[in-house]
Structure formats: C-alpha cells, structure tokens
Design a protein around this ligand. Structure first.
Ligand code: C2E
Ligand code: CA
Ligand code: CA
Length: 876
C-alpha cells in the first residue's frame, strides 16, 4: 500500500511539473509576441524626452509640417531609433512647414526664432528631413546651430548634388527614386499596359522626381507611353483618371500642388485619384498606402529615418562625419493593398515575392501568427507531454499491476514454500519416526531372527550363527543335547495348540533351570530343544547331565487346571568326538534321540556309529516304501489262532509282508512305524483289510464259515474320520458278517488319542465289528480303559507268555487271563512257542492260542492246506 501511495505521489508531481512547464512555455511565447507587437505600437506613439545637461543633443529639422505622413514617418523612425539611448540623448524637433508656407518670410522668421531658441544649445548633430531643411541647416548652422555636423534624409540624387556641393561635415541618406520594380510588377499584372500617367508637380523636387521616374521607366520598356500630369488642373486630373482605358495605370510621385500652384494635400489627392481611377493607381511613397493606391515598391520615410539615425549613432560614437560616406541604399518597401487587389481582380502570385499585403481581412492566424504558432507549439508540447505522461502512467500502471501480480505470485510461492517447508519438516519428522520404527523393527527382526517367539529363548538360527565360535578347540569337549518332548503330538492333537504351546513354555522353563555359563538352550523346532554344554571332560559328564535333564521331568506339569505327565527323550552328540560341524552334531544327536524314543522314551542315548547305520536304513525304507503298494510288493500272510481246548483253527491274524526288490524282505516291525510316520499306512491298511476280507470270504465260501479274521489297525487309520465306513463297505463288498472281523489295536494307541479312538471304536462296535486289544500288558494301560471301551478280546503280549517258561520270573499271564475273563472278554495269548506255555494257558482257561508252536504266519494257500489238513472241509 505504501508503495502504491508513493507511485501516486510521483505521478501527480510529474503531471504537475509537465503542466507548469507547458504553461511557462506558452506564456513565454505569448508574452514575447505581446512585447514585440507592443513595441511596434510604442514606436509611433511615444515621445522621447531627455533633460540632462550631459546628454547629446540632436536637432531634427523637418522640411514639412508635423502631420505630413512622409515627414512623420522619418521623424518617428529617428525618435524610435534613439529610444534605446534613454536620457543620454536629447532630441529636439523642428518643422519648417514648407508645404503650407513656401515663402522666404517663413524662413526668415524661423531664422529669428531658431537663433533665439538654439543660441546656447550645444547641438551635437543635426538631422534634416527633405530638401529645404538641409538647405536651411547648411545655410545657418554656423550661426544658430552650434555649427553641428549635418545628416540628411529624404533628398534625391539631383537635390543632393545641387544642395550639398561645397559643404563639408555633412553626410546622409539619398532618397533613391526607382520605379523599376513597380513598373515591372504592373507589366506583370497587366501585360497589355501601354499608358502610364505620371503624377508629379512643378516644384523643384516634383520636376526632379518626375524626370528621374520617367527616365527609369523608359529603361524598363521604351515602348511605354508616359503621360506627365504636372500641367493639369487638379480637377482635370480627377476627370482624366475616371476615363482611363484598361491599358493604363496611374503612378503618383511628388505631388503637392497643381499646375496653378494650388497646394494639394498629397494624402487627400492620392485618395481622390484612387477613388476615381478606373485603373490601378501606383505610388512612389509609402504614405500613399491606405489611401486607395494599389501599392508598389514604395519609398519609406521610416527606412530613410532609420538609415539616417544609424549614421547619427556612428557620429555620436565619435566617428568623423567626413569619413562616413553618403548612403545610396534602396530604401523602398514593397507593399500592396488587399482591397485594391480585390477591386481589380489581381491575383497575388503576380506580385513580387517580398511583397507585403496590407488591409487583408482579419485573419486571426495572420494577425497572431506567432501567438497562434506559440499556442500550437505549446499545445503540441503539452499534448506530447500528456501522451508521454499517459504512456508513463500506463507503464507505471502496468508495472504496478505486474508488481502486484509478482507480489501475489511471490506471496503464493512464499506460502507454498512455507507450506512445503512445513510439509518437508513434517515429512522429516515422520521419516525420523519411521526410521526409529524401522530401527526398532530391525532390532525386533534381529531379535525374532535369533529368538523363539514363544519361549523367548535363542532359536536354531542363533545356534547356527553362533556355532563357529562355540565349537572351537579351546572350549574342550562340548555336548549337544537333542531334546524332544515325548508324545507331544498326542498332547497337541488332543488338548489343542494353545495347550501345546503352554506345555512347551513349561518344558523350556524346566530345562532352563539347569542352565549356567557353560550350558545354553535353543529351541530347535516344535517340541525339540537343543542344549549345548561346553567344557565337559567326557561322555560320562554328558550322560550325567542328560540324566539330570530327565530327572527334571519326574514331576508332572500343572497346565490349565489339568495335571500332565510328560517325559523327554534325549539324543547326545559330542564335539569333537562325533563331529566338528554343527550340522553333523545336530544330525547325530537327532539320530540318537530317535533311538532313545525307540528304546521306550523317557530315555537318553549317546550317539554311536551303528545308530547312523540304522538311521540310514530307516531313510532307505522310507524312500522305497512310497511306491511299494502300487508296485504290488506287499503280500498278506495269515497266522492261525487256535481254540485252546479243541486245538482247532478258529481265526486267522492278517500280517503284512513286504518283499522289496531293493531291500529284500523287510519286517513289519521296521516298516510299519515308518509307514505310519510318512502316512502311507492308510492306503496300505485299507489294502490289507480288503485282502483279509477277500480271503475270509473265500474261506467262508469254501465252507469254513466259523473262521474269523483279525486285522492290525494303525492309530492313523482309526483317526480317519471315514474309517468305519470303509470297514462297512469292505464287509458288504465281500458279503461278510461284521462279527467275523476283529480289528486289533495296540494299547499305546489308546494313550495317544483316547477320546477320538473311543468314538471310533464305539462306531465299529455298533456295527458288530469285534475289537481286540493287542500287546496287552506292554504299556501302562489301566484296566479302566477296558471297562470304558467296547473291547471284545484281550491279546496277551508275548513278553508275558515268555515268562511262563522262565524259571526266574513269576508269570502274570494267568492273572491277566483271569482278569480278562472276569470282565467278560475273550482272551488270546500270542507268541506261544512251547507246549508248556500252551498247557499253562489252557489251565488258566485262556480262550485262544497263537504262536509258532502251531503255525508261523503263512500264505493263503498254506492256510487252506492247513484247514484241509485239520480234516475240515466245506463239507463239514
Ligand atoms: P503283532 O500284532 O503283535 O503280531 C504278532 C507278531 O509276532 C508277528 O510278527 C508274528 O510273526 C510274531 N509271532 C507270532 N507267533 C510268534 C512266536 O511264537 N514267537 C515269535 N518270536 N514271534 C511270533 P510280525 O508278522 O513280524 O509282525 C510284527 C508286528 O507288525 C505285528 O505285531 C504288528 O504289530 C505289526 N503288523 C503286522 N502286520 C500288520 C498290518 O497289516 N497292519 C498293522 N498295522 N500292523 C501290522
Ligand atoms: Ca496283532
Ligand atoms: Ca501283538
């Protein structure tokens, strides 16, 4: 806003300055015009006066009277010329009035008068106008005019010669009479001009003038007819001009009296002649102007006066008058009268170029040419200023607009910059936060990468990373414990993952109680932990530590309101005895751990090379097991079950055989577990069931209709949701009654997933399929199971049967038989190899016997042979 106000002020000042300047210019031009115009007026109207004694005294002695135009012109001109001298020049003026009083008495009287008047006046210069004054001054200057030098004017060549001869201290301006230019113009205006009426009088100067004029006209054109009018009465002259033809003009010269001596007023006469003349009237003297004449190149009294004054000034400045020659300059002015030009229809272009036109109708421009020009110039300047100013204002406005736009833009940019600056700052802050988060994230990631999220202890990767400096010779022997929670899978499956997680945390906590500077714990995966014990002396120390670990699990865990009993199995590998690389050590400890599990869990095993062999075998079996079913590598053998009393075959147990083209005959004890682990047991088990049912169907069809068949079922099969349907479909397929099929499950299965297995068994039982509990007595199964499950048969494990013939052990077999029978179950003994055993069992009223004593597992055909050998046939 302040800037804008400042601009407004500057603009205003600029306009004001220009305006004032224009006005000053205007006034300067105007006043200049006024002054020069006014000066002209003053020159004729003002009288010059000087009264100082020291002033130079100039006497102007005029031949004629004061009001006579010719005299007045010369007189006024002289006075004007000396105006610049102010009071240093004193001018005295005398008029002889010779026109009105051309008598000797007049001169005598004036002599008396001037003698008295100029007796004591020290006249410095005498200026005379026209002939008689020069004559008088020359005659009397010594007596009455202080013998002053004389400067004459208004005297023609002839006159000068006759008057001034013999005088000195005298000079002046000769009145050069020359009609040439006038006549040439007249001829131009009217080429048919023939007659020129020359008007002059018979006075001495009149005749002289007339003669000079006519001589000079003759020189212009000798053919022109010149008519002198000096011998005419004034009245005749007037009558004459009234009747002049077109080829004539009148030329008035010195005319102050007519032929009879009557004094004629020259101005009046000029007027009357012009008024009456039918043709243009020209004149010799400028006083004819404004009195009806057309004009001409006129002798000017003013010019005569000026020239005479100039000589006087030179004399006043001290120049010797005798050194100043007589001036013979043309003192004419060319002037024509507009009115007369109009009257005779004369175009202006016929006039000489320097001709001045008077009496033109008033033209403001002509009259005030300078003023008008001044005004125009001032106006143009003003307009120019205004235009320049407007341009300047426009420029300023544009600049201001641009400034304001720029300012706005700048403001906007500034705001944007501020905004983006803030934004950047904000983004920077955000970036810092993000950076912090990334850093935290990285830390977390690093932490997560090396820690187990569930337990918070170090993980497998941490172990792998750290192994390089853990397993160094300086640290002596190091034991690596591969710890696995027993039956964790079972717990996890039955109790849920959350429960499993809690169990892992508890196990971890319990393991951690044994940690110290030498012992560190890592979670390997799932329910597996790795414990590193550094600086041990040997394997014994490792074994002691393993036992300590096992002991930690003698007590159960309180978990979500339940009390759980879990054990761990531990595999141990020793650095550097078994290996130096972490990968090796882990592998060996893992193998050892498997062996510990095989050994019956809650155990530790230290790795040895044989284990690796077993492990390799297991890997080999696993590899070959995958395609075995499709390749028809399996067969089902049947082992007969005998009635203890009748010794006759009542049933058959289906036992799977694998003849691998790579591995040879592989025991089910070896491959069944692996098949379970790699889940191929399900299709294999189904296949066995089909084979068994098919064979039984065949036997039934052969007439052995009371024969039953027992099929071993894996826990994995039982946990199949559609297992019961498969069984049912298979029975229907072979048209078998369900009570002829007995499914053998092991005790250990029940421990693992009791509820779901119980459900499955109920379902099978509901369709009348019989259930046998295999290997009974091996595990820790309570008899509670038996009462709560739909079990039909108890199959006493071989280990009990073996004790029957061991003299150092008291066999429990009989008691088990009793127990089974007491709760209404059928009891079968397996692994019976000896007669004694059979007898013992018979004694205890065991229902059935199965074992090598009677028959090994044999192919279908052999069973049929056996049945036939028993003497039974389908005819029985
Ligand atoms: P198991 O069910 O306890 O089967 C009885 C095992 O004892 C059989 O070994 C059999 O040949 C053997 N045996 C029978 N009588 C005597 C004897 O007097 N003395 C000795 N020393 N052994 C005897 P096998 O056929 O090698 O089977 C081993 C185990 O493999 C079976 O034990 C069973 O648990 C499993 N098995 C076999 N076939 C199948 C099958 O089709 N499905 C499932 N799930 N498991 C099967
Ligand atoms: Ca069995
Ligand atoms: Ca068994």
């Amino acid at each position: 806003m302040r800037k804008r106000a400042l601009l407004d002020k500057r603009q205003g000042a600029m306009i004001s300055i220009c305006f004032v300047l224009a006005i000053i210019i205007f006034f300067f031009i105007f006043i200049n015009q006024e002054i020069s115009y006014g000066a002209e007026v003053a020159s004729v109207s003002e009288e010059v006066y000087s009264g100082t004694e020291t002033a130079k005294k100039i006497l102007i002695l005029n031949s004629y009277h004061e009001g006579f135009s010719w005299t007045k012109e010369q007189n006024d001109s002289i006075i004007t010329e000396f105006q610049e001298y102010g009071s240093s020049v004193y001018i005295m003026n005398e008029f002889i009035d010779w026109k009105n009083y051309p008598y000797k008495e007049n001169l005598d009287y004036l002599y008396e008068y001037y003698s008295y008047k100029y007796e004591n006046k020290d006249i410095d210069i005498i200026i005379t106008t026209d002939d008689i004054a020069l004559n008088f001054a020359l005659g009397h200057r010594a007596n009455i005019f202080s013998d002053a030098p004389i400067i004459f004017s208004g005297v023609n060549e002839d006159g000068t010669e006759s008057i001034t001869s013999g005088f000195d201290r005298l000079t002046g301006v000769i009145e050069v009479i020359d009609p040439t230019k006038t006549i040439e113009t007249a001829l131009k205006i009217n080429p048919s001009l023939k007659n020129i009426y020359i008007v002059f009088d018979n006075s001495e100067s009149g005749l002289s003038t007339g003669k000079i004029v006519m001589d000079k006209i003759k020189k212009v054109n000798p053919d022109l007819n010149l008519i002198p009018c000096n011998n005419m009465l004034y009245e005749d002259l007037i009558e004459q001009v009234k009747v002049l033809e077109e080829d004539s003009i009148v030329y008035i010269t010195t005319y102050f009296q007519d032929v009879i001596g009557r004094v004629i007023d020259a101005v009046y006469a000029t007027n009357e002649i012009s008024l009456n003349s039918r043709v243009p009237v020209y004149h010799l003297y400028d006083f004819g102007l404004n009195n009806g004449i057309l004009g001409g190149s006129l002798l000017s009294g003013r010019v005569q006066g000026e020239l005479a004054s100039n000589i006087a000034k030179r004399v006043l400045q001290g120049e010797d008058i005798d050194d100043i020659p007589v001036v013979v300059e043309d003192s004419m002015i060319t002037v024509y009268d507009y009115k007369q030009l109009e009257r005779f229809g004369i175009p202006r272009n016929l006039l000489p170029e320097d001709a001045e036109i008077i009496n033109k109708p008033f033209s403001f421009y002509e009259a005030y040419r300078g003023f008008v020009n001044g005004v125009i110039i001032a106006f143009v300047i003003l307009i120019t200023f205004v235009i320049v100013l407007l341009g300047y204002i426009k420029k300023i406005r544009k600049m201001r607009r641009e400034l304001s736009e720029n300012h706005e833009e700048l403001t906007q940019t500034y705001e944007e910059l501020t905004a983006s600056d803030e934004e950047i700052r904000k983004q920077y802050d955000e970036m810092l936060i993000i950076n912090e988060r990334i850093r935290e994230g990285e830390e977390k990631l690093v932490y997560l990468a090396y820690h187990d999220s569930l337990t918070g202890i170090l993980n497998k990767y941490s172990l792998l990373e750290a192994s390089d400096y853990i397993f160094t010779k300086e640290k002596g022997k190091i034991a690596l414990f591969f710890i696995d929670i027993d039956n964790f899978k079972y717990v996890n499956d039955t109790m849920g993952h959350a429960f499993g997680d809690q169990l892992i945390i508890k196990v971890c906590a319990r393991l951690s109680t044994l940690l110290n500077d030498n012992a560190s714990l890592y979670r390997h995966s799932g329910d597996e932990f790795i414990l590193i014990l550094e600086n041990i002396l040997g394997t014994e120390e490792a074994e002691e530590f393993a036992q300590k670990l096992l002991d930690k699990f003698d007590f159960g865990f309180e978990l979500q309101g339940s009390f759980v009993h879990v054990g761990i199995s531990i595999g141990v590998a020793i650095y550097p005895d078994h290996g130096v690389r972490i990968e090796q050590l882990l592998e060996y400890a893992d193998i050892a751990m498997y062996h510990a599990k095989d050994k019956g869990k809650k155990n530790y095993m230290v790795y040895d090379r044989a284990m690796k062999q077993n492990f390799a075998e297991r890997v080999n079996i696993e590899k070959n097991l995958h395609g075995a079913l499709d390749n028809n590598e399996f067969k089902v053998y049947y082992q007969p079950q005998f009635d203890a009393k009748t010794q006759k075959i009542t049933g058959l147990e289906a036992l799977l055989r694998w003849e691998s083209p790579v591995l040879g005959n592989v025991s089910p004890l070896k491959f069944i577990k692996i098949a379970e682990d790699i889940h191929v047991i399900i299709p294999i088990g189904t296949w066995v069931l089909q084979q068994a049912c098919s064979f039984l169907s065949k036997l039934h069809n052969m007439g052995y209709t009371d024969i039953t068949i027992s099929v071993n079922i894996s826990i994995r099969q039982l946990l199949q949701i559609d297992f019961c349907e498969i069984v049912q479909t298979t029975l229907e397929e072979y048209n078998l009654e369900p009570e002829y099929l007995e499914l053998e499950i092991t005790e250990s299965m029940l421990i693992k997933s009791f509820d779901s297995i119980a459900q499955s068994l109920e379902k099978l039982h509901s369709i009348n399929v019989r259930i046998a509990l295999d290997d009974f007595g091996m595990g820790y199964s309570s008899l509670n199971y038996l009462t709560h499950l739909p079990i039909d048969t108890l199959k006493i494990d071989k280990s009990f049967i073996d004790t029957i013939i061991n003299p150092f052990k008291i066999s429990l077999a009989g008691q088990i038989v009793k127990l089974g029978k007491s709760i209404g179950l059928s009891v079968i003994a397996e692994g019976v190899e000896y007669e004694e055993q059979a007898n013992y069992l018979e004694e205890y009223d065991c229902d059935k016997i199965q074992g090598f004593l009677y028959s090994r597992p044999i192919p279908e055909d052999d069973i049929i042979k056996l049945l036939e050998a028993e003497g039974r046939s389908h005819n029985d």
